[in-house]
Design a protein around this ligand. Sequence first.
Ligand SMILES: *Cc1c(COP(=O)(O)O)cnc(C)c1O
Length: 385
Amino acid sequence: MKGLFPTNKFEQIQTPFYYYDTELLRRTLNEIKAEAAKHEGFHVHYAVKANANPKVLNVICQAGLGADCVSGGEIRASLNAGFPARKIVYAGVGKSDWEINLGIEHDIACFNVESIPELEIINQLAEAKGKTARVAFRINPNVGAHTHAHITTGLAENKFGISMNDMESAIARAAELKNIDFVGLHFHIGSQILDMGDFKALCNRINDIQTRLEHLHINVKSINVGGGLGIDYQHPNRMAIPDFKAYFDTYAKFLNLRPGQTLHFELGRAVVAQCGSLVTRVLYVKEGTCKQFAIVDAGMTDLIRPALYNAYHKIENLTSEEPKETYDVVGPICESSDVFAKSIDLNKCHRGDLIAIRSAGAYGEIMASCYNCRQLPKGYITEEI
Ligand SMILES: *Cc1c(COP(=O)(O)O)cnc(C)c1O
């Protein structure tokens, strides 16, 4: 499937760089919109933290999605890309005052509040501006997603959210505060979730919570179920677009929305991961004692997921058709964890070959760093190449 890449045009560009296939991104967004539109009251926000490249954000904004932000910087990036403030929601355990003020000034749709002290501060800051802030409480549903320990967030005791036991008192406190408008509940159980049973478990939990709140005559306008839908890292071509139908249908089937309630989603990875590749060049092929190394010019500073989470990315040699050989693909950074893959088969590598590290559109460019005084990788969309 090398034909998917404009390889001859890549030759002109300094490596390493990110390449975003906007045609695939648009098809993905169309699929999301079409599947969500089949269900009344479904609203999709894009989790900006997955990829905040302005050109990528712009394409997503044009598709009409809202934005889900986890910092003031992301609120700014979303506003700059054209997302209307009324479609911006803002979560995070440690919102600083300037970040809260930014949200209040722009009248964002909702603060997803993660603690009572935070609620009190939002009320104070809103009062100082003579405004009312809409808030949802992020509730810890104690639903486990069967994914990597570092990216599982929905279990009972972690820094995120408010426990179910404290939910009623948090809502009662919100009702007392003059500059707070309680609008709903927020959840997010983890990332790279492919088992629809995890989302079903979340639905069941939310149904129980809703019944509890109904007995107390508490009105909930919106339910936000976060993101977390995974992608197929093994088969970026065959499964280029995640199964959004199964995802939205799961919520439609198992979640009992009350009349007039809206249901919000915050998808990150599933929107952008497959459209992005990190393109790098082979610097040296080094023969070890028992293996050979393809040393490339990208490193963990450009894409940290393999080093951080032991994540798998499919790797392809874009410029060789020679029989496959086995390589460890490693970067130039002075860390032994700077390895993209071990013992994988690639068409025989030579100095100068272009290598694509696939499914890198989410949590790739945005997590890049300047460690070792390296330059941040640039990102290009199809139209610029
Ligand atoms: C990270 C995050 C998301 C997006 O997660 P994905 O796994 O990329 O879909 C959504 N909501 C919140 C609150 C998050 O922190």
